[in-house]
Write a protein that binds this ligand. Structure first.
Ligand code: ACM
Length: 530
């Protein structure tokens, strides 16, 4: 009854009893995992887990790939893993074998785990979730909680969308106004196109907060991949430092949703500004990957800007698409020189792309196919399967319904390797996939829970488990999994729809008709077809 489904799970005779007599023994190389597991089990065990207790949990290294493990449960528990990540996943599986009540902080027990043998390893290396903390800020403790929930599902990447038109969320010492002015907006639009709420919204993470988030994630084998979105989605930065923009008039941090017109200019001073920002970002985030956005950059201000037009002429570029490409290249070279890899949304393919760059494909799957065939590594974030801000059912009941319908079974049916790539060597370019929780219309952690769960559990199977799908089997395991989520305080969506307090009557959404949506996607990505 494990989610995501392991490679092999068989019953074995006997049972393990978790209680205050349980002990833990770990290879020294697995000390971090042992410390984490001791903490997770502490409400039941009292936290000691000293050697010599009655039932022993052993964490050992074996000849396996780093993320693989074998778990044997009988009178004792043995986890043999290729490395710390594998041991961590084995321990996560062990937690799932416990009764859900054992996951609560309330303690109690003893708890019995029936005998079992599990063999397991992930299918993909990039098992990600994007969290948009720019549109609606999420306080640090809720980000840490979200990391715990990713780790429960054996996901290993948290893509933090830290900057956008509506807020700048990362402290940069050299440019303090980014957070002083850029992290607050005076009010927000209610729903997609409703009245202003008249209430300030904001917040940011200090550098110490981010170090804590990164360390907390690392202890759970999750890499935090930061995103600084450029050159579009930058109105909050321009509000803080007007010299970054294209207009003479000052701007405020944006209060409405949708793709904006305000983008940064392409001056040398602006490139230097964001390279300075990146210097601090690189200090905070050890991730080998840094996301620089590149999505949805409207070009009208560059078309109207004599300075941008001069830049195009000087560089001998064809148009504003190539100007965006040139702009992104300045940062690609900067990151490459510092041993990191640039990740951008699939729009970065439009004007030519630096060789080492990784493409996060979101507008359907054409970007993934195009990028992989051009020799780029790809993360499949297809909005047609993995955008968790899209509504979960048709009809009027979904709270603030947005996008097309992505039901639980639609997410479960997702396959990370696009059909057009299957059988081609380029399929090996697909590093994995990522579900995305955009938060224009998600203004609380409770609503985030409703949108993310249980679809995130379905997603985890698409990146961890084999390519086979068996919806009935998944639903059976999910029925065992939902009480775990409940024990952890997750306000997931019930199959019948929102509970009364999960509804948002009167808050306008923006449901999309599937055919119109596909036509829009096709038009958007037409320049990838050339
Ligand atoms: C995106 O949804 N603009 C990546």
């Amino acid at each position: 009854m494990i989610v995501p489904k392991p490679v092999k799970h068989e019953p074995r005779p006997g049972a393990f009893v978790l209680d205050r007599e349980t002990s833990l023994a770990a290879d020294p190389a697995l000390g971090g995992v042992a410390a984490w597991l001791r903490g997770e089990l502490a409400p039941v065990t009292g936290g000691e887990l000293l050697p010599g207790g009655s039932g022993t949990i052993t964490l050992a290294l074996g000849d396996l790939p780093p993320e693989a493990y074998r778990l044997t449960v009988g009178a004792t528990v043995e986890i043999v893993a290729g490395g710390p990540a594998g041991a961590f996943y084995g321990a996560q599986t062990f937690r799932q074998l416990l009764p859900p009540a054992a996951l609560r902080k309330a303690g109690g027990g003893p708890f019995e785990v029936p005998g079992a043998y599990v063999e397991d390893a992930p299918r993909f290396g990039w098992r990600g979730a994007l969290l948009d903390v720019a549109r609606h800020f999420m306080v640090k403790r809720d980000v840490l909680r979200f990391i715990d929930l990713l780790a429960l599902h054996k996901l290993n990447v948290l893509h933090l969308h830290l900057t956008d038109d509506q807020g700048w969320r990362v402290e940069i010492r050299r440019y303090p106004r980014l957070t002083e002015a850029g992290s607050w907006r005076k009010e927000s639009q209610t729903g997609w196109n409703g009245p202003m709420d008249g209430r300030p919204h904001g917040g940011y993470y200090t550098q110490d907060d981010l170090r804590e988030i990164v360390a907390y994630a690392a202890a759970r084998h999750v890499t935090v991949v930061p995103e600084i979105d450029l050159p579009g989605h930058t109105q909050a930065a321009i509000a803080a430092y007007p010299e970054l923009g294209n207009l003479d008039a000052p701007l405020e941090v944006r209060t409405t949703w949708g793709v904006g017109h305000n983008v940064v200019n392409v001056e040398d001073s602006t490139i230097k500004f964001f390279q300075d920002v990146l210097d601090e970002v690189l200090e905070l985030f050890p991730s080998p990957y840094i996301v620089l956005g590149g999505d949805e950059c409207r070009k009208d201000q560059w078309r109207a800007s004599p300075a941008a037009q001069r830049r195009i002429a000087e560089l001998g570029l064809r148009d504003e698409e190539e100007l965006q490409s040139w702009f992104i290249h300045q940062f690609d070279a900067y990151l490459t020189a510092r041993g990191r890899r640039l990740v951008g949304w699939d729009e970065i393919l439009e004007g030519g792309l630096a060789p080492g760059a990784v493409v996060a494909s979101w507008r359907g799957e054409l970007g993934a196919v195009t990028a992989a065939r051009r020799g780029h590594d790809v993360i499949n974030c297809s909005n047609t399967s993995l955008y968790l801000d899209y509504r979960q059912a048709p009809g009027e009941e979904e709270p603030v319904p947005f996008g097309t319908v992505l039901a639980l079974e639609d997410v479960y049916a997702f396959e990370p390797v696009p059909a057009d790539l299957r059988g081609e060597p380029a399929a090996a370019r697909v590093l994995g996939a990522q579900c995305c929780l955009w938060t224009e219309l998600i203004d609380s952690t409770r609503h985030a829970d409703y949108m993310a769960f249980p679809r995130l559990a379905a997603f985890s199977e698409t990146v961890w488990s084999s390519a086979e799908r068996d919806l009935a089997d998944f639903r059976t395991r999910l029925a065992a999994h939902l009480p775990r989520l409940a024990a952890l305080g997750v306000e997931y969506r019930h199959e019948e729809g929102p509970l009364p307090w999960q509804t948002r009557p009167g808050v306008p959404g923006r449901p999309e008709d599937p055919e119109r949506w596909q036509a829009k996607l096709d038009a958007w990505t037409s320049n990838l077809r050339r």
